[in-house]
Write a protein that binds this ligand. Structure first.
Ligand code: FAD
Length: 377
């Protein structure tokens, strides 16, 4: 029998398949899309995510444009949060198009011995036997394995069909588009966040002089056309409008809503949820891919050696995963709260501007290289 079936070949599913295949396990990875495919995202990978790619030996193949941290702009105020050093060494994030990043990861999974990876493979439902998940129904066919992993994203079908959904409290909508800069325009190595009234704009520097612009906002803020709101918002930010002067839009506007999805618990008999499928709050702190990659590494460690034993380890893994992501979740809740209170945001940004080490620490938490209530990891 196959060791592990994975639903979803995004960052979480593909990374897990690579790690398990390399440890000698047999894996079937099912992805409904065909690569290269687009995925709406802010496309900034935090330093801890870059470190996972390095451990996988895929950082070079993924490539990307480095960024030193995050700059928040609120009206005339700008506060710059640089990633803190790790063991005295400067670290950076990387911004790369998902179309490329996800393709590289999936290809690496598909060429890993022991892994069979299929695209155009729709996972329809978990296969239940004796009140345990024994496999998956894929394109109408039952497949069985010793363990099933649901890495099928924020709107996880596996989570939903197992009755583990927690309705999202927020219904924010996110859209993104790519631009190629006009000759002479500079590409600062920062992720820039422009905080507007009821929305945020995220700007990430990409390779080949491309720039990603993403917008996040509550549904009522968008008005009757997301496209018009998107253009109006970036035109209202003089520094961004200047950077985009003469730029060519090279991808069409792509969106996703709602951005959040929760799980009551990340495991059930025979199955583990991974990445966004296990719960995703909001992209506001930009660490979703990093959290997915870190969780994939943790799950691989648990699976190797424990597969086929009693399944108490599933809950232990879920607790460890939640522990690992707790600081990031708290930070995300805090930032969402601040975004809901724009008057406070202005004051807070001024305070952070005057306390670069605190700001750097918080950016380090979002980057996965610092604990919220402690110093360097
Ligand atoms: C607007 C926006 C901006 C964001 N910005 C950032 C950012 O800057 N940095 C960051 O790190 N994160 C960001 N995120 C979050 C990030 O995109 C996710 O956290 C990350 O993609 C999670 O990876 P995953 O593998 O869990 O899920 P996904 O990447 O969503 O992969 C899930 C895969 O499962 C497949 N799938 C789904 N259902 C099925 C099915 N039934 N059968 C087969 N296959 C299926 C999908 O096609 C997909 O390929 C952003 C998200 C949004 C929406």
């Amino acid at each position: 029998m196959v060791d592990v079936l994975i639903a979803g070949g995004g960052v979480a599913g593909s990374a897990l398949a690579i790690l398990l295949g390399r440890r000698g396990l047999t894996v079937e990875l099912f992805e409904r899309a065909r690569f290269p495919r687009e995925k709406p995202c802010g496309e900034g990978l935090m330093p801890a995510g870059v470190a996972v790619l390095q451990r996988l030996g895929l950082a070079e193949a993924v490539g990307g444009a480095p960024f030193h941290g995050v700059r928040y702009h609120f009206g005339d105020h700008t506060a710059e949060g640089r990633f803190p050093e790790v063991a005295g060494v400067p670290v950076a994030g990387r911004a790369q198009r998902r179309k490329h990043l996800d393709h590289v990861l999936f290809q690496a999974a598909a060429t890993t011995p022991g892994v069979s990876a299929q695209t155009g493979a729709l996972v329809e439902a978990p296969l239940l036997e004796n009140r345990r998940v024994a496999g998956l129904i894929v394109n109408g066919e039952p497949r069985r394995a010793r363990l099933v992993v649901g890495a099928d994203g924020v709107h996880s079908r596996i989570r939903h069909q197992l009755g583990l959904d927690v309705p999202a409290r927020r219904k924010r909508l996110g859209v993104r588009a790519h631009f190629r800069l006009a000759p002479g325009q500079t590409q600062p190595p920062w992720v820039d966040v422009f905080v507007g009234r009821g929305y945020e704009l995220y700007v990430a520097p990409l390779p080949k002089r491309e720039l990603l612009v993403a917008a996040l906002a509550e549904p009522e803020t968008w008005g009757d056309s997301a496209e018009r709101a998107f253009h109006r918002w970036w035109n209202a930010e003089p520094r961004l409008a200047l950077r985009l002067e003469g730029a060519e839009q090279v991808s069409s506007l792509m969106g996703s809503s709602p951005l959040a999805g929760g799980a009551q618990i990340g495991v059930a008999p025979g199955v583990v949820l991974l990445g966004d499928a296990a719960g995703f709050l909001d992209p506001i702190t930009g660490g979703g891919m990093t959290q997915a990659l870190m969780s994939a590494e943790l799950l691989a460690q648990y699976i190797v050696g424990r597969l086929g034993t009693q399944e108490r380890w599933l809950r232990e893994f879920d607790r460890k995963r939640q522990q690992m992501l707790r600081d990031y979740q708290i930070l995300t809740q805090m930032v969402l709260w601040v975004a809901d209170h724009p008057r406070l945001a202005k004051g807070l940004l001024s305070a952070l501007k005057n306390s670069p080490s605190i700001f750097s620490h918080l950016v380090g938490v979002s980057g996965g290289v610092r604990h919220l209530f402690a110093l360097a990891r």
